[in-house]
Design a protein around this ligand. Sequence first.
Ligand code: CA2
Length: 145
Amino acid sequence: MKLLLLNGPNLRLLGTREPDIYGSFTLADAETLAKTTAEKFGATLEAFQSDIEGELVSAIGQARGVYDGIIINPAAYTHTSVALRDAIAAAGLPTVELHISNTHKREAFRHVSYTAPVCVAQLQGFGLTGYALAVEGLVAYLNQH
Ligand code: CA2
């Protein structure tokens, strides 16, 4: 089982700013946790981060036939991107939307997700642990479907 982890814009700043919202872990910490969790469940995981919407769209488009499922933290594009939503729907791969913070406790514009309706699940508010939980959940989903 091969999984793809995608992280969207500004998530490379994790660990450098806004620790009250996002914690003090780095993007590398999150990617390493996701990879070790995947291995624990007999899967492999590759990770990619981009600030560029089109690069994320392309990564999703190229995932079909290579990966069995996707975990994506689309970051701010969650709340704006029809292109990412269409890419996820077109890829037809089970996808989990992940957020570090609980977006429902934050500004109203973060309460809407363009991407969640085309994902099998959405997980948010667990900080770094969410990266492990999302992998565990996606592996379980793929084993059942
Ligand atoms: O909680 C999440 O994971 C978010 O996807 C993070 C996005 C935000 O736009 C979403 O509403 C919720 C922002 C990512 C920016 O990451 C930073 C990390 C450290 C310092 C500054 C920004």
